[in-house]
Ligand binder design. Structure first.
Ligand SMILES: [Zn+2]
Length: 276
């Protein structure tokens, strides 16, 4: 492959034809997303590193069988997810006597930054980032994976359904719950007053469903009308929008640590070398 920035499909074709460099290149390109997903599903840097390495090796092993019916991202998430599930089972088996508190290692990275040295605005951003991280971590795995794939990684609902092997409607109903619970956790930090009750419609679910094209134009217009008249519901919707925007930008904030990159690179090189 001589193109300096070849497309995924070009690399895939070359990789399937036995081009080791193309194989390495395409797996390297998708490494950050696999690591990010593993990190947030497993909540443990060691596990995330294993998931990344196992996923890329499994993909390298079966690249010839990958027919490209789905995108390479979708395929890699599917593989990564199965390794995350294995990790979870193993950890659950082995931790019967351990405290049932979530193994909170998502704070590892945050510990590197001393809040005292940050200006107010940066500090506020840091606090929101941490709260978002905590809120995502505390979702049940079945809700967490849907939210991560759809709102952090940016897959479409049908793609998420493909990764999980469930219907798109199951994905959407989990997604709405996950989004609302995340919004609720972040609302105090975003300065949102309590959600309106009483005669107000459930604008948050409606808005989330609207984002997934689940509501008719009529219902949508009705919601718009209510939002124009009701400041509390407007604020609530606004906080949901901001929460989702934070999810999306959080994807760009996770980097694969250099040590992990090196270790994965070596594992891939030795696999490809053995099989060239
Ligand atoms: Zn209202």
């Amino acid at each position: 492959v001589s193109d300096p920035d070849p497309r995924d499909d070009q690399l895939l074709t070359a990789a399937r034809a036995g081009d080791a460099r193309a194989l390495e290149q395409i797996l390297e390109r998708h490494q950050p997303q696999v690591y990010r997903f593993g990190m947030r599903m497993c909540r443990d840097p060691e596990d995330a590193k294993d998931v990344l390495q196992d996923t890329l090796l499994a993909a390298a092993r079966s690249i010839r069988q990958f027919r490209g019916a789905s995108s390479i991202s979708t395929w890699l998430y599917t593989i990564a997810r199965s390794f995350c599930i294995k990790k979870r089972r193993r950890n659950e088996d082995g931790s019967e006597n351990a405290p049932s508190v979530a193994r909170g290692t998502t704070t590892e990275v945050n510990k590197l930054i001393d809040p005292a040295t940050l200006p107010d605005e940066a500090l506020a951003t840091k606090q929101i980032d941490r709260a978002l991280d905590r809120a995502i971590s505390s979702l049940e795995p079945m809700y967490r994976e849907v939210l991560l794939l759809r709102d952090v990684e940016g897959l479409t609902a049908p793609e998420v359904a493909e990764v999980l092997g469930v219907s798109a409607s199951a994905v959407k109903s989990r997604l709405h719950r996950a989004r609302l619970s995340l919004r609720e956790a972040l609302a105090p930090l975003l300065g949102t007053p309590e959600t309106a009750r009483g005669t107000c419609p459930d604008v948050l679910t409606l808005f989330s469903r609207h984002l997934e094209d689940e509501i008719s134009a009529d219902v949508c217009a009705e919601m718009e009308g209510h939002l124009q008249a009701c400041g509390r519901c407007r604020d609530a919707c606004d906080s949901l929008k901001r929460t989702l925007a934070l999810c999306r930008t959080s994807a760009g904030k996770t980097e694969v640590p250099p040590a992990v990159q090196t270790s994965v690179k070596n594992a891939l090189k030795s696999f490809i070398g053995d099989n060239a």
